[in-house]
Design a protein around this ligand. Structure first.
Ligand code: HEM
Length: 409
């Protein structure tokens, strides 16, 4: 045990570090520091879950392929077990996010191959789309950066990569907003109905697109995937549809928050913004530092597959292990001056995309989008500043993002 911090009480439950708690929502870092300094492994009995906060423990656990992921493997009464879909208890319809091998590799490998090739090929188009959206934002005065730039861009870009018809883009955006509500456990009955209806419409649309591309392939990801399937790819249509939806759900809010958190950090750290303006080639490094400093996804998890020791603690089969990525990212044993936001920091090997078999599949895309936005935004708006306002953080547990970010240009 090292010394206790005197700035925050050491949390005794996972909820106290989640966005459900108003203090943690505004700023989770004092509590995460208190926990990291005093408690290598927290046991939260109320939700039957372990929590790791040290960088080395988090890194070793995400990378360790002997843990499992599907919530059906988690013990009854645990937070993870509550995520089992009652209509799909054995996970036959779950996306790669919750699959285990052999299904996980069978589905993930062909998707990764096609997706990475697509992103590489489309990088110039993606950059051009970003430039257009930023060029179309208000010329002067004040505007909400989230509404005009950070929210619309990721959906527009993934729609383009997938091959969504221009004429269906508005509908697609609407359905995407519906399915993204699956991340929000506080959704109202109306939102739940909207989410279900959107899922059905997206399924129908993906079915239609897959059929169309089988007959007439185009230069898009859906064509790549149906061709890979025809070439012997061992995945079914419904698996492909589920994973295409996972790209939508996994990639939108997170990238929106990477853009929003980054712009807010630059505007509140003018010397860093100055450094970026003076040398725009720092943008790629800046993306890594924003990811480290305000991770859009604050935690990930694994499930113990057999009795063993984890982070020095005896753990039992089927116990879930949560990992605070945000705490690991400011671990002083790994990062010098971890509380400083410094875009010139030597490339920071944060854990914001997780690791191992489940490492975020969208990381290369998120990196391209954020890098180009940071470069283009301050080029178009060299005098951007932050008007007085209350920054309201999203109430979504284990995500960190800003609701509205008014900027003056
Ligand atoms: C800043 C943006 C993003 C962040 C911070 C982020 C973060 C994460 C994290 C923490 C995981 C879990 C990794 C683990 O447990 O080891 C994950 C998985 C995943 N992400 Fe992302 N993500 C981002 C963007 C994207 C994008 C753009 C896409 C797709 C277009 C995407 C799709 C996925 C998928 C499909 C998975 C599941 C992978 C698997 O389990 O095999 N993410 N992401």
């Amino acid at each position: 045990m090292s010394e206790l911090t005197d700035t925050a009480k050491v949390p005794s439950s996972i909820m106290e570090i989640s966005a459900f708690d108003p203090d943690a929502r505004d700023d989770p870092h004092p509590r995460l520091k208190a926990l990291r300094d005093s408690c290598r492994v927290l046991r939260d009995e109320a939700v039957k879950t372990w929590l790791l906060t040290h960088y080395d423990d988090v890194r070793a656990t995400v990378n360790d392929r002997t843990f499992v992921r599907h919530p059906i493997n988690a013990e009854e009464g645990s937070m993870t077990r509550m995520m089992v879909d009652p209509d799909d208890p054995d996970g036959r319809r779950s996306s790669i996010l919750f699959q285990d091998d052999p299904d996980h590799s069978r589905n993930r490998l062909p998707l990764v191959k096609a997706f990475y090739a697509r992103i590489k090929k489309m990088e110039p188009e993606i950059e051009a789309m970003i430039d257009q959206v930023i060029d179309a934002a208000p010329k002067s005065g004040r505007f909400d950066l989230m509404e005009h730039i950070a929210v619309p861009l990721p959906v527009m870009i993934i729609a383009h990569i997938l091959g969504v018809d221009e004429t269906r883009l508005d509908e697609f955006r609407d359905w995407s907003e519906g399915v993204i509500l699956s991340l929000n456990p506080l959704r109202s009955p109306e939102e739940a109905a909207y989410m279900m209806a959107s899922g059905e419409k997206l399924d129908a649309y993906f079915t239609e697109l897959m059929e169309a591309r089988r007959k007439d392939p185009r230069d898009d990801l859906i064509s790549d995937m149906v061709m890979a399937q025809a070439d012997g790819g061992a995945f079914e249509d419904d698996e492909l549809r589920t994973n295409l939806q996972a790209l939508l759900v996994g990639g939108n809010l997170t990238t929106t928050d990477l853009i929003g958190n980054g712009v807010w950090l630059f505007l509140t750290h003018p010397e860093q913004m100055q450094a970026l303006k003076a040398d725009p080639s720092l943008a790629a490094n800046a993306v890594e530092e924003v990811l480290r400093y305000e991770a859009p996804v604050q935690a990930t998890s694994r499930i113990v597959s057999e009795d063993r020791e984890v982070a020095g603690c005896p753990m039992k089969k089927s116990q879930p292990v949560f990992m605070s990525l945000a705490a690991a990212n400011r671990d002083p044993t790994k990062f010098d001056a971890p509380e400083a936001f410094d875009i010139t920091r030597k490339r920071a090997s944060h854990v914001s995309f997780g690791g191992g078999a489940h490492i975020c599949i969208g990381a290369p895309l998120a990196r391209i989008e954020a890098r180009r936005v940071y470069q283009k935004l301050f080029e178009r708006y060299p005098n951007m500043s932050l008007p007085d306002q209350e920054i309201v953080w999203r109430t979504l547990p284990f995500f960190r993002g800003i609701e509205r970010l008014e900027v003056a240009v």
